[in-house]
Design a binder for this molecule. Structure first.
Ligand code: ADP
Length: 442
């Protein structure tokens, strides 16, 4: 500032000196005035340059000036540059936040105070069947026309969510979307949407499972309680008493098997996947299966004119089959389950053939064929569901729990294998297990 005054006075002094030299004292006054005007015009021109540049706002083109205007331009340039940097940083931050919201597995939609879409992620586009580029600033009420949603939106009670049918829903594959509005800011709303189809299915399965287990336990329990009451109230002879006790023991066995199978299933669900460290000899698996099958067959065909014809690989063939990597108890129970089912469902006189063959690419195939009643095609897709039975009475009569094939499927999947069923009603069934090459060693 001081320099500026000094320069101004120097200009005036120079103008006055020039005027004095040319025209005496009046010349000095005129010279000083003229010098002041020149200085004023020159200063105005410098200020105008700074103002013009500030209007344009490009820091790279700031005028290079000395003195007060130079400093003002310099400071303004620094402020503009800092503002630009801050703007870039917050823009990058915003993009990061939007990218995170895009990555969200839930739909996120931002609504303004009038309920118009300000922004939404791809998941929300999928849930509502909208396209942000096209539908930005459209009212959500015009795009989601479900009456439940309209009532929810109009009700202003956003403490709960509302569940709607998804856009991609079909009668065979319903899709359920949960929507929850969260007010924020100045009347704005955050609309979160979530596909809860799998959750609802799991919940329905859990309910069915509890209902099934209760039903399965209640039936033998009711019978058992009836017998206990009979024994308590009636005077029975020793023979009758023994018969009743035998039937009670049968019902207790049934409950015991059910609880055992349930525990097996929960153990399978909770335990880590079988490794490739423990190798189980196929011969020992087949020998145990054969012993169990023959004992079961003898029990079921007692008094029948003809027993089952049961064929297993010979000991040499079983020996040549090698070993399988996995958990011995699980493999044993799965294979025995398939063989026992064949024995249980095949009437006396029928045949059951068990085979172990080399599979594709070094794997192995275990198969059980029977000449039993077979299973109709419409039952096959559901046969491995828990408690699903085709022949309910035969299952009960032979001590079935309805969980056998569910356990088999679980064990096979845990060992990287697949379970296949082929069946023709009236001719028989073939249950086979394919094991992958990495689990088989000959
Ligand atoms: P269960 O304990 O009732 O046998 P599973 O899960 O082992 O239960 O089998 C489910 C249903 O599949 C059985 O109830 C039965 O109707 C049918 N099934 C299983 N194996 C055979 C088979 N070898 N032949 C005919 N039906 C079978």
């Amino acid at each position: 500032m001081l320099l500026r005054f000094l320069f101004f006075f120097l200009c005036q002094a120079a103008g006055a000196a020039l005027g004095w030299w040319q025209a005496g004292p009046w010349g000095a006054v005129a010279g000083a005035c003229a010098a002041a005007w020149v200085w004023f015009a020159w200063d105005l021109w410098r200020g105008a340059r700074v103002l013009a540049w500030m209007r344009e706002g490009d820091p790279a083109r700031a005028p290079r000036l000395r003195g007060m205007w130079g400093e003002a331009a310099d400071r303004a340039r620094r402020l503009v540059r800092q503002g630009r940097l801050r703007e870039q940083a917050s823009d990058a931050r915003l993009q990061e936040i939007l990218a995170a919201l895009q990555a969200s597995p839930n739909g996120v939609t931002l609504l303004d105070a009038e309920g118009r879409i300000e922004w939404c992620n791809q998941m929300a586009e999928e849930h509502f069947g909208i396209h942000f580029e096209r539908d930005a600033l459209q009212s959500i009420g015009n795009l989601v026309r479900d009456p439940d949603f309209s009532a929810y939106y109009a009700g202003h009670d956003f403490t709960r969510d509302v569940v709607l049918q998804g856009r991609a829903s079909t009668p065979s594959r319903p899709v359920r979307i949960s929507m929850h509005l969260h007010p924020y800011g100045d009347g704005r709303k955050l609309l979160l949407s979530r596909d809860i189809t799998a959750l609802e299915q799991a919940e329905a399965m859990r309910r069915d499972f509890v209902a099934n287990v209760s039903h399965e336990i209640r039936t033998p329990l009711t019978v058992l309680m009836g017998f206990v009451e009979t024994l308590q109230t009636l005077q029975l002879g020793a023979d009758e008493r023994a018969r009743y006790l035998g039937m009670m023991s049968q019902q207790a066995q049934r409950m015991h098997h059910l609880v055992q199978d349930l525990l097996t299933l929960s153990r399978l669900e909770g335990s880590p996947l079988p490794g490739l460290v423990d190798w189980v000899p196929v011969a020992s698996l087949l020998r145990h299966c054969e012993d169990e099958a023959r004992a079961l067959s003898a029990m079921l065909t007692q008094g029948a004119p003809q027993p089952h014809r049961i064929a297993f690989p010979t000991p040499d063939e079983a020996q040549a089959a090698g070993q399988v990597a996995g958990i011995a108890a699980e493999l044993q129970s799965a294979l025995a389950n398939l063989v026992n089912n064949a024995v249980r469902y095949t009437p006396a006189g029928g045949s059951i053939t068990v085979a172990w063959e080399a599979g594709e690419g070094g794997g192995a195939r275990f198969s059980v064929s029977d000449t039993g009643p077979g299973i109709a095609a419409e039952h096959l897709p559901r046969i491995t569901e828990r408690f699903y039975r085709v022949d309910r009475s035969r299952s009960r009569d032979t001590g079935g729990t309805g969980l056998g094939l569910a356990i088999v499927k679980h064990v096979v999947q845990r060992h990287g294998g697949t379970l296949h069923v082929r069946s023709v009603v009236g001719q028989g069934s073939v249950f086979s297990v394919d094991l992958p090459p990495m689990r088989v060693r000959r």
